[in-house]
Design a protein around this ligand. Structure first.
Ligand code: MG
Length: 222
């Protein structure tokens, strides 16, 4: 193995903590009552309603970033029904979210140590400024960040993986794709000929070459 590609959300960084923190900071700023837990639940519900979890559909493969912006706007129109001060503030929320980036578990230490042995890359579906901001703590250890909005395609699209693999300069079979999403990280990585590692699987057949429950297990298994 000659390189490792990590997914970002729920693998390296804590989406739930970041969303709640950004939302609570926004509420504090505009004097709204902050219910971070309710906001997070609504965020997941709206994510599904907008079909963003269906990365295997043409609609999401082609329109992910547009749908993503519609989803955030919809989430805020819902939130502003209870807290009118939040109306139209989704752009501000996205800005605050880009300042977050809580490492998940021991991810930062693990990536730092692995970077002494392998080139490290990150592959993430999301908005460019937001993901670059949230991943800044990892920047010293990461050779290149591959963000779907910049590549113009998302995981698990073959176009995303082939563009990324070409830019790493490492043959696909020598790269390990590590992520928590079977549909994006494992399906996409396998189809591209990469080795795959599923994080957080509850045992059983994962379809990945390797399954881990905590990211630091990579330090012993690689
Ligand atoms: Mg993920």
């Amino acid at each position: 193995m000659r390189g490792i590609v990590f997914d970002a959300d729920h693998t390296l960084i804590d989406f739930n903590a970041d969303a709640v923190n950004a939302y609570e900071r926004l509420c504090a700023r505009c004097g709204a009552r902050a219910d971070g837990t309710g906001f997070l639940a609504a965020a997941y519900r709206k994510w599904e309603e907008h079909g963003l979890h269906r990365v295997d559909t043409e609609r999401v493969l082609r329109g992910f970033h547009e749908i993503y912006r519609e989803y955030v706007a919809d989430l805020f129109s819902l939130a502003s029904q209870e807290e009118p001060a939040l109306s139209g503030r989704e752009g501000e929320y996205i800005g605050l979210l880009s300042e977050e980036g809580k490492p998940l578990g021991a991810s930062l230490e693990t990536v730092a140590r692995l970077s002494e042995r392998y080139p490290i890359f990150v592959a993430t579906n999301g908005l460019s400024a937001m993901q670059r901001g949230r991943l800044r703590a990892f920047a010293p250890y990461v050779r290149e960040l591959f963000i779907s909005e910049e590549l113009g395609c998302i995981k698990p699209d073959a176009a995303f993986f082939s563009a990324m693999i070409a830019r790493t300069g490492i043959p696909a079979g020598e790269l390990l794709m590590v992520g928590d999403s079977y549909a994006s990280d494992i399906v996409g990585g396998r189809a591209a000929g990469m080795r795959t590692c599923l994080l957080g699987a509850a045992g059983g057949e994962s379809g990945a070459d390797m399954t881990i429950s905590r990211i630091e297990e990579l330090l012993e298994r690689l």
